[in-house]
Write a protein that binds this ligand. Structure first.
Ligand SMILES: N[C@@H](CCOP(=O)(O)O)C(=O)O
Length: 498
């Protein structure tokens, strides 16, 4: 399996090289040259497979330059009882009727990013060994809260790798911030940036494409890579859990062989929903993808009109991980849906850069509308959903999952058929404890987010995630901050380059 650029500006590379590079050096993202397909028999038989076995089946298809034993080793190191406290890694629970919640937050940092970032460091290490790579790899991460901590945990203390995380100083929850700034590890760096997530991500992407800066750090013995979902090594592990969730519905006789389901994904950078789309292209029977946004509803508007328009305010919401206007992986999706038309991608993304918007052609829009639905939940709707889900089902959900549930309800109102749905639960509720407690309207007014963990625990009886207990008692290790224009300088400081 080779990987090609969405902009048609790079020679095809093996998976290991795509993972090592992170993104295409000249701009653009790596995608598989063709999407492998599982037969319906294979998918049906997954009901008898473990998560690890399904992982191997998916990874073998995409990472064909890795030996089976190498992939098995990566899977063993990632998906085990030490890292994931739930049987089956990502349990699927029945909320009501045909509504199934896939809990993706049983990993070490309480967010769905662990599903990929526990595996990806091992894939990258193998990629470096294969290439007998002698440079130190510097992972640059832009985060709106969840990816940062998951990447820090995944890469900390790995020899030959450093990781630098940039997060918007005022754009993450207090708990998310504490998770990042208390990270140990001699190779970890965390920088609060005066700006929003889009500005952090743009700066990091510009650095990947900056030839002079890359030559400079290369001369000093470094090479950049990425742990964001722009890196194929971050995205491919996310395909696994869609097959695992489908297998779990088969196992429980909720669905029969080949039966279609809906998939609802709270969406920010478009990586998670794109992984679901790749699973669909591989044969997963899907009726519709429901792309759920918060008040930053650029994707909802795009899916409705075909126009992607940045001319709007960046809104800070109670679901900060989704406070994103430039959804990186949309580029991969558009490349796929246009049948790998790099000319269109170049035109649209040039327009986005120069004019702040692009409009896709009508045939492409119709094709997308056949399988994707976009909808959003306001702040009030999100809060009401947290309250209602707790009242009706005694189940606490985080703000992002609540966006997913509310958006699904809105979509469902116009649906004649009764189709089982998997809604991604992307983070543990305690990660957004203040917003969750406020939404419950208990009258309890605890200001300190860390004290709220106990309050929420008393109210709900739901265990506090192990990653979040005693977070306030841990030593803060990272105090760096800068504005977006100083990110290069910050990197040079960290790497000791003049
Ligand atoms: N929501 C993300 C933003 C980055 O997304 P990724 O898919 O590139 O990791 C976060 O929590 O940081």
């Amino acid at each position: 399996m080779k990987y090609i650029s969405t902009r048609g500006n790079y020679q095809p590379v093996e998976a290991a090289q795509a993972i090592r590079l992170g993104m295409v050096p000249a701009g653009g993202l790596f995608v598989p040259e063709k999407v492998p397909i599982f037969s319906q028999d294979t998918i049906y038989n997954m009901k008898d497979n473990t998560y690890q076995e399904i992982a191997l089946m998916v990874l073998e298809e995409f990472l064909s330059d890795y030996q089976e034993s190498e992939l098995e080793d990566c899977i063993r190191k990632a998906y085990n009882e030490k890292n994931f406290t739930s049987d089956g890694m990502a349990p699927v629970l029945n909320l009501d009727d045909n509504i199934y919640i896939m809990e993706l937050w049983h990993g070490p940092t309480a967010a769905f990013k662990d599903m990929a970032l526990q595996l990806m460091p091992h894939l990258l290490l193998k990629a470096l060994q294969k290439a007998e790579f002698s440079k130190e790899v510097v992972i640059l991460v832009a985060t709106s809260g969840d990816t940062g901590k998951a990447a820090l945990e995944g890469f900390k203390d790995i020899p030959g790798i450093r990781i630098i995380v940039f997060y918007p100083a005022e754009g993450v929850s207090k708990i998310q911030e504490a998770q990042m700034t208390t990270t140990t590890g001699s190779n970890t760096y965390v920088v609060a940036v005066e700006g929003n997530f889009d500005e952090c991500q743009n700066s990091v992407k510009e650095i990947f494409a900056d030839r002079d800066f890359n030559s400079l750090i290369s001369r000093q013995g470094y090479q950049f890579s990425s742990a964001n979902s722009i890196n194929w090594g971050r995205l491919v592990p996310q395909i696994i859990y869609y097959f695992a969730a489908y297998a779990s519905l088969l196992r429980d006789d909720v669905i029969s062989k080949g039966q279609k389901i809906d998939i609802t994904v709270p969406t920010g950078n478009f990586g998670n929903i794109l992984a679901a789309y790749y699973a669909y292209r591989m044969g997963l029977p899907v009726h519709k993808f429901v792309c759920a946004s918060n008040d930053n509803k650029i994707l909802t508007d795009f899916l409705r009109t075909g126009e992607y328009n940045l001319e709007r305010d960046f809104i800070k919401t109670i679901s900060p991980s989704m406070d994103i206007l430039i959804s990186s992986n949309l580029e991969r999706f558009l490349f796929e849906i246009t049948g790998h038309n790099a000319d269109k991608i170049n035109k649209w993304y040039d327009d986005l850069k120069n004019k702040g918007c692009f409009k896709i052609d009508d045939p492409t829009r119709k094709k997308i509308a056949g399988i994707f639905v976009g909808e959003y939940a306001s702040e009030t709707e999100t809060k009401n959903t947290i309250k209602k889900v707790f009242r009706d089902y005694n189940y606490l959900v985080d703000t992002h999952t609540a966006v997913g549930i509310r958006v699904y309800q809105k979509y469902r109102q116009n649906l004649a058929e009764d189709i089982p749905v998997i809604i991604d639960s992307t983070a543990n509720p305690y990660k957004f404890s203040k917003a969750v407690l406020d939404s419950l309207e208990t009258g309890i007014n605890t200001v300190n987010e860390f004290a709220i963990l106990d309050t929420l625990n008393k109210i709900s009886g739901q265990d506090i995630h192990r990653a979040l207990k005693d977070l306030d008692k841990q030593e803060i290790k990272h105090y760096r901050n800068c504005d977006t224009s100083k990110i290069r300088k910050e990197i040079k400081d960290i790497l000791n380059i003049n």
